[in-house]
Each structure stands twice: as structure tokens, then as C-alpha cells.
Design a protein. Structure first.
Length: 260
């Protein structure tokens, strides 16, 4: 009777534990996707303090990882790692890549790293391929907003597995984030470290609530998306073939309000 009571207690405790985002994936062994990042950072959409030179508005290279729920590249309202800080502030990827590799070796939570070339203007697109696995169905990535103090866009742990199937296509609108490591208010602010470090926060049209903020548009309810990412599953018949350039139609992204 004592053993049965202990067993029931253990099973009850186990059933109350949180289930990981990747625990129910029973899809086929591997899936490949083409990921297309589209920059929508135009002067029409974001007229305030739009960077025209030294340097003009542009995007860093994209750095991403496919992983399990045991790993996190970055999370909203949590502190950025040293690697994410270096990438968000300076576009330097070495520390972040080392963190990813160490996580993969230590707890085998990482399946692969992927990257896509930088975009030399605020609008445009870049793409690459990634591979997911039933034990590693989550996708995370970061792209630095250039120029900026420590601002970036990205995705945290997007699950491409839907039960027994891999999703055919997923599109997500992207909005700016502050890494919480630099206190600059504008795109061209000088380096001014945030001490103590703050958490990663989403930048909105009203937060930070300061007129000097480059994204401060008090007449708007929400910012338009500054970028978009689409992931398209590559069919088995297309594997091994050079993927065609996917030219996704850009949707209107203009701020209607008159903003000085």
C-alpha cells in the first residue's frame, strides 16, 4: 500500500510538469525549409530619423538555429546573453555561435546553425535553408537593425511541427526589440552601456515613451511590421536541386499618420 501511494504521488507529480513545445512532434524524420527574410524598413513606413547615410538603413546577416525546447537563443522579458548582446550591438556573431555550439555539445539541444547574407538597404530580402528534426523542431534567429544601439528583430522558438506533420508554410511579421544592453534612444546614438543590464523588450510606437526615440509615433496604435519572415517547406522532389529565388510580394507598410 505504501509503494502504491508513492507511485501514485510520483505519477501525479510527473503529469503536472510542463510539456515542452517539441514533445509531441511525431512527424517524419527530417524536413528542410527555405527561410526568406524581407526587410520593410523604408523611409515611407518609418520616416522619423530614417538613416540615409553613415551608415544608411540596412540589415545585418541573419543568424539562426534549429533546436529543442531545452535551448533558448533569446526571450522577451529575459536577459540577453553575452552573445546576443555582441550581435545586437555590433553584429559580431562569434560569441553567439560559441554559445550555440556549447549548448549543442552539453545537452544536445541544437540540431543545426544557419545564416543568410546581410541586406544593404532597409528594404529587400535574403534567404537560406534550414533543417529541422522531430526532436529539434523549433527555429530561432536574430537580425540586427543597422544602425542602432542594440536593436534587432527575430523569432524565439517557432515550432514548425504540427503533431505528425511539418507545416508547409509559415509567415510571421517582425517588430523591433531592444536587447537591454545599450541605453541609446536613436538609430545613431553613441555607445552608452545599460548598467545594470535590462531585459529584452519589444519597442513599440509608445515605448520607450520618449520623444527622442526613433520609433516613437504617439499618434499610432501600433507600429507597422519592420520586417517579415516566411519559411517554406522544400518538397522531397526538390531536395538536392538549387532552390529558385522566391520573390514574395511586399505588402503595403506605410504609416498613414503625418509624423514630423
Amino acid at each position: 500500500k505504501v509503494i502504491w501511494t508513492v507511485l501514485v504521488t510520483i505519477l501525479g507529480y510527473a503529469s503536472s510538469l510542463p510539456v515542452g513545445d517539441d514533445s509531441l512532434c511525431t512527424a517524419e524524420e527530417l524536413a528542410k525549409y527555405r527561410i526568406i527574410f524581407i526587410g520593410k524598413w523604408s523611409q515611407t513606413a518609418f520616416p522619423k530619423q530614417y538613416p540615409l547615410y553613415r551608415p544608411p538603413a540596412q540589415w545585418s546577416s541573419l543568424l539562426g538555429v534549429t533546436h529543442s525546447s531545452d535551448y533558448s537563443m533569446w526571450k522577451k522579458n529575459e536577459y540577453a546573453s553575452n552573445g546576443v548582446r555582441d550581435f545586437a550591438e555590433k553584429g559580431e556573431a562569434w560569441a553567439l555561435m560559441k554559445e550555440i555550439e556549447e549548448a549543442g555539445e552539453k545537452i544536445q539541444s541544437v540540431h543545426g546553425i544557419f545564416s543568410a547574407p546581410a541586406i544593404s538597404s532597409g528594404t529587400g530580402q535574403t534567404s537560406t535553408e534550414l533543417e529541422v528534426h522531430p526532436r529539434h523542431p523549433l527555429v530561432s534567429f536574430v537580425v540586427r537593425i543597422v544602425p542602432s544601439p542594440d536593436w534587432f528583430v527575430g523569432i524565439d522558438s517557432l515550432n514548425l511541427c504540427d503533431g505528425a506533420h511539418w507545416m508547409d508554410e509559415v509567415s510571421v511579421d517582425l517588430f523591433p526589440y531592444d536587447a537591454g544592453t545599450d541605453s541609446g534612444f536613436t538609430f545613431s546614438s553613441p555607445n552608452f552601456a545599460t548598467i545594470p543590464q535590462d531585459t529584452v523588450t519589444e519597442i513599440t510606437c509608445s515605448s520607450p515613451s520618449h520623444p527622442a526615440n526613433s520609433f516613437y509615433y504617439p499618434k499610432l496604435k501600433i507600429l507597422p511590421p519592420i520586417a517579415q519572415v516566411t519559411m517554406v517547406k522544400i518538397k522531397k522532389s526538390q531536395l538536392g536541386l538549387s532552390a529558385p529565388f522566391i520573390n514574395l510580394p511586399a505588402k503595403s507598410n506605410e504609416i498613414i499618420d503625418s509624423v514630423s
